[in-house]
Design a protein around this ligand. Sequence first.
Ligand code: ZN
Ligand code: MN
Length: 475
Amino acid sequence: MSGREYEMTVGIEVHVELDTKTKIFCSCSSSFGGEPNTRCCPVCMGLPGSLPALNAQAVEYAVMAGLATGCKISRRSAFDRKNYFYPDLPKAYQITQYNTPICKDGSVDIETEQGRKSIGITRIHIEEDAGKLIHGGDGMTLIDFNRCGVPLIEIVSAPDMSSSEEAKAYLKKLRALMLYIGISDCKMNEGSFRCDVNISVRRAGDSALGVKTELKNLNSFTFAKKAIDYEFERQTAIIEAGGRIEAQTRRFEESDGKTYLMRSKESENDYRYFPEPDLLPIELSENMIKRISENMPRLPDERKAEYISSYGISTYDAELLVSDKSVSDYFEACAALTPYRKTLANLILSELMRFVEGDGFASHISPSNLAELATLAGEEAINASVAKKLLRRLWESDESPLAIVERENLRQINDVVWLTNLTLKAIAENPKALSDYKAGKTVAAKSIIGKVMSKTGGLANPSLLSDIVLAELDK
Ligand code: ZN
Ligand code: MN
């Protein structure tokens, strides 16, 4: 079996819990957790006679998600009932948008080793979350309705991805965008950003798509990637053996990395969607859409363009800086305090990122300290290796780098006369290095440079020193 003869087609549905104070149709708190069944009321419990009232903030957040993903915003959209019975859904229907989603026809650009690719966004609709079932070890199942009615948007991609790497890049980009616009905390471990993956396999070159399976509720980038890779192998093996793929909903088991059948896939018709009679359609005026779009936070692409044009940072580095909002925010806080933005970007990307991923820079090194370090390095008051060492010390303590440099005499040595004298001495003490160099072994210069550097306690200006050593050896 060769995977290369088959190709996969992947589409992803992402559910994002919106960070509103209250639930979508009632005034219960929508925050995560809480004592079970303490954040619910007749509306979110679906008791007879209760009526939903739409949360305007949820609508605004959905529009922001649409604008961030280049969607068209519907001037008019409406709610429908999706009917199904499940114990975590006390009304036995979910209020969602079926025929008329609030946003549609957008796209998100992703970057993989294969280059840039645009992934279509088919639609974004607003809906309510269901409760949570808690399966106990004793065979009992408990239910917590606190999550019932927490506002969600569901972002549905086109089936535009053809590898697990693309799927992962798409999920990361989408999550970053949602964090940039601040509509959700996107905590994957708390389920506020979770995805269902549709995947099908076909022989390379076939025009018709294969039958797809749906992988439910993947809650990490890594699991999503693993689940897709496993499912590709599983489906390919069935086709190779002459079998047929069944439309199924499957779950990914983290412990063995395999997917398991949950149920045969229901068709859309099974849900008996019909218009929600208790809610008016959402009408958005051009003015409202305009106001929301004018108040949109700066998105990663806009920040990236600014870093490249105003700060002279490379496209590659700018892309890295904006891939995580907390990194980008930190960079900007520092950049406001130093003119040496390229040096700053280098310190963050090639040094700091090794210490910590994502959040947490600012809590370890204040923007003013990092900016000061970038200025010292940018002005060549210290050399690169001293800058690196200082960075590690700033990680531990909150002392000003300038104060450390002054107290410990860490300034870079640019004194040509002194460096020349040290060089002459080092050459005199190492006649073999000189004769090796004269015999064509140019690496011998390195040992002289190293000796002088250590005589200066590592403080010499490295490029100046290298020039002096080479000039003396060439004499
Ligand atoms: Zn409620
Ligand atoms: Mn949904």
